[in-house]
Ligand binder design. Structure first.
Ligand SMILES: [Zn+2]
Length: 588
């Protein structure tokens, strides 16, 4: 008998040990609810990549307090998640949600609607990584930016990067088209160190933009040496994601341009030399040259990882990039512009305060002058042919707005065919017959191949990012659909439609993987003690609704979103709560 009794005790002890804390009795005060919130009957997908299990989740004071059978526990609020997926809130690895170039159009806006970020939280996103592409809030340190975000109140949490372009501009000033001196590098290092000390998650670079274009590999390695001791990341918009950088103009820029393969090699070298964690942001292989290159890029990253170099990527879920949205196929030089930056750099206006205002030019008249000179015309046609190839070819370029409404929705190839002229001729015709704005019509190109998108997405080191930010309908029609739809689209298009990856993998790439890359130890997974950033969604119905003719459409199928335990989305509707916090990188 004693033996039997003893084994019973052992069995009981085992049961008690296995039982989650949830099964423990509610807290001391008799009658008081044990939980602020219980999400019951859900299919809990914890973010690790494991398949779902049935459980209830109890939330108390902004943290997950229990996972288990909570049907008998008292709670202030109960939500029935029957047949729904309950997952960690999504983490967006690349977000312009804190505005652009000091323009307060995001989380620090005086307009509360912008701080609520409804287009973001309705995607299930609970944390955004801000200051990407090297672009931060000019004049603000990371600490000051965190303080402002905390003061004004924000919808999602925000993890801040230290921004290289902003820092380089602060130290080099107007004279930035050159290598930095050792003194300047030391000054930049000091700013990066301060930001890291104050809880930045790493340093972002935008090497296709000003003034990052002029930073050499040694400068970047030196700055990343300030990031590495904190286990921070180097989130890089690389020098090139195609045959050449987006600013490249064959007739003007000598030498062979940097390709996406060169850029990946440099990114890996920076991580290898500095030991900072490399993240290729919005990874892609663009244009006719780029298609199929995912295979070589993946091999380069896998080889680096095999050597022990920490390299990751993040990716958005569209075959058209932001800079594809207002493309100009005719270079500025052919239309009387003193330099070509405004025709090829989509964020040139970021630094426009440092550039002199120009006199307006009559582009049509200037273009006619260029066309009349045979040598200039030949150079122009070579440049246009390159621009078309860079954007994926004339079939991939679509008119989105033009004075002649009949052109809208047609491709450059279609229009050229109907007139019996070349695609280059058609690009010229759009300018001569269109508005006097660069290009004469608003064009978008679909320059990415979905085979490459699938290939990158399947890699276990690829996280999800939007490259979006806060948008309101007032921002107008030239809005990329990814601002509203990136995360739901991963499930609708790449899980349910194309079967590129499984539901659990899609959740992992949007939760525990970005948390691991960032070093966030208490988010991105559902476990007791973690912050209560939780999304409840229907995996068959989750869907992006924004497209390029109607971009201001909230996604559907996301029923509840909790940020730090507070509902940002309830029964499918954004609540306008400001439950987000600026996050600080946990000290190593
Ligand atoms: Zn970028």
């Amino acid at each position: 008998m004693p033996l039997h009794f003893r084994s019973c005790c052992t069995a009981l002890a085992v049961i008690l040990t296995l039982c989650p804390p949830a099964a423990a009795k509610p807290r001391p005060q008799a009658g008081a609810p044990a939980y602020d919130l219980v999400i019951e009957n859900g299919r809990v997908m914890d973010g690790t990549g494991n398949p779902w299990f049935l459980a209830d989740i109890g939330v108390r004071e902004g943290r997950i307090a229990a996972i288990g059978d909570l049907h008998a526990a008292k709670a202030k609020t109960r939500i029935d998640a029957h047949r729904e997926i309950v997952a960690p809130g999504f983490i967006d690895m690349h977000s312009h949600a804190d505005g652009l170039a000091g323009r307060l159009i995001g989380l620090r806006s005086p307009d509360r609607q912008r701080r609520e970020a409804r287009n973001i939280v309705t995607q299930g996103v609970t944390t955004v990584v801000v200051n990407p592409d090297g672009m931060g809030a000019p004049g603000l340190t990371v600490a000051a930016q965190q303080a402002e975000l905390a003061k004004v109140g924000i919808g999602p949490n925000a993890a801040l990067l230290s921004p290289h372009n902003t820092i380089r501009l602060a130290i080099l000033g107007e004279d930035y088209k050159r290598k930095a001196t050792p003194t300047e590098i030391a000054a930049m290092r000091a700013l990066v160190r301060t930001d890291m000390e104050d809880g930045a998650f790493g340093l972002s670079t935008g090497l296709e933009y000003m003034p990052g274009r002029w930073a050499d590999t040694d400068e970047l390695v030196a700055l990343m040496q300030e990031v590495a001791p904190y286990h921070g990341i180097h989130s890089s918009h690389m020098r090139s994601d195609a045959e050449a950088p987006m600013w490249y103009i064959p007739s003007r820029d000598p030498g062979s341009p940097t390709t996406v393969l060169d850029a990946v090699a440099e990114h890996i070298a920076i991580a290898e030399r500095s030991h900072a964690i490399g993240v290729i942001t919005h990874i892609k292989a663009r244009g006719v040259y780029g298609w199929g290159r995912s295979r070589e890029i993946i091999a380069m990253i896998d080889a680096a990882r095999a050597r022990g170099v920490q390299i990751y990527a993040d990716q958005y879920t569209y075959d058209t990039s932001g800079s594809d949205g207002k493309i100009v196929l005719i270079p500025g030089w052919a239309m009387g512009a003193p330099d070509d930056l405004d025709s090829v750099d989509p964020v040139a206006d970021y630094f426009s305060r440092t550039r002199p205002k120009r006199k307006p030019v009559d582009r049509k008249a200037a273009l006619r002058v260029t066309l009349a000179a045979p040598a200039a015309k030949a150079a122009l046609y070579r440049d246009i042919a390159f621009a078309i190839r860079f954007r994926g070819g004339a079939e991939q370029i679509t008119v989105f707005d033009a004075p002649d409404r009949s052109l809208i929705g047609q491709s450059l190839a279609d229009l050229a065919r109907k007139r019996g002229i070349s695609a280059e001729d058609m690009a010229v015709a759009l300018q001569l017959e269109g508005t006097d704005a660069p290009g004469g019509a608003r064009l978008r190109s679909f320059s990415l191949d979905e085979t490459d998108i699938d290939a990158f997405m399947r890699q276990e080191w690829t996280a999800t990012s939007s490259d979006g930010g806060v948008k309101l309908p007032a921002d107008g029609p030239a809005t990329h659909a990814r601002y509203y739809g990136t995360f739901p689209r991963k499930f609708a298009r790449y899980v349910n439609e194309r079967h590129t990856l499984s539901l659990a993998q899609a959740v992992r790439s949007s939760t525990s993987l970005p948390a691991q890359i960032l070093g966030l130890t208490d988010r991105g997974v559902l476990r007791v003690g973690a912050a209560a950033d939780i999304v409840v969604f229907n995996d068959r119905e989750i869907r992006d609704r924004a497209d390029f003719t109607n971009p201001h459409q909230f996604s559907t199928g996301v029923d509840y979103v909790f940020v730090n335990g507070v509902a940002e989305v309830s029964a499918g509707q954004a609540t306008g709560a400001l439950a987000g916090q600026p996050l600080k990188h946990p000290r190593p």
